[in-house]
Write a protein that binds this ligand. Structure first.
Ligand SMILES: CC(C)(COP(=O)(O)OP(=O)(O)OC[C@H]1O[C@@H](n2cnc3c(N)ncnc32)[C@H](O)[C@@H]1OP(=O)(O)O)[C@@H](O)C(=O)NCCC(=O)NCCS
Length: 147
């Protein structure tokens, strides 16, 4: 299957996908105590310029498993990707690239001109993955503060 075809197979998360997505994020080590994944999913689904896209693996009829995800959001200036995740047993099969491309396609469709993402300093090994997809260091330090 062509890469573009796989990206096209990422579709908007449904209610039935939510627990599978949370499990996927846990299995990929992407969850943190201060980010409730259920709240993050609800927030992303609630707005017109954000979403969670998923790729489902079809096994036994009626039993689908979410094996890849990407959260995308346009903040009015830039497009952002979050929660790029591929199930550990499906990594290395092109799904990560397809997830990023699917998120980019979605952001382009809602008017984004640029896409960015943040990589935790404890996950710097994944920078090589993004560089292969054309991403580069923006020479920017991200600062934050909780409300
Ligand atoms: C990072 C992740 C999404 C990559 O998904 P994947 O399905 O394994 O990646 P792909 O198979 O699409 O790989 C695309 C390319 O990147 C390369 N690549 C994948 N992971 C890599 C890594 N950790 N380091 C360097 N290169 C990597 C692949 O070799 C492939 O290169 P090629 O096109 O030359 O063959 C996946 O490993 C994952 O879910 N990791 C845990 C969650 C995570 O850290 N997400 C990122 C949060 S910022």
């Amino acid at each position: 299957m062509k890469q573009t075809d796989v990206a096209a197979d990422f579709t908007e998360i449904t209610d039935d996908d939510v627990e599978g997505v949370v499990e996927l994020w846990h299995s990929c080590g992407l969850t943190r105590p201060w980010n409730d994944p259920h709240v993050d999913i609800t927030d992303a689904r609630g707005g017109p310029t954000s979403t969670v896209l998923v790729f489902r693996e079809h096994g036994v009829p009626g039993h689908e498993r979410v094996v890849a995800s990407v959260m995308a959001g346009l903040d009015g200036h830039r497009g952002w990707l979050y929660y790029v995740a591929v199930a550990p047993d499906r990594q290395g099969t092109g799904l990560g690239r397809a997830a990023v491309r699917a998120g980019e396609d979605w952001l382009r469709a809602v008017g984004a001109r640029k896409v960015q993402l943040m990589v935790r300093s404890t996950n710097s090994a994944v920078v090589d993955f993004y560089e292969k997809l054309g991403y580069g260091d923006q020479e920017t330090v991200v600062l934050g503060r909780w409300f």
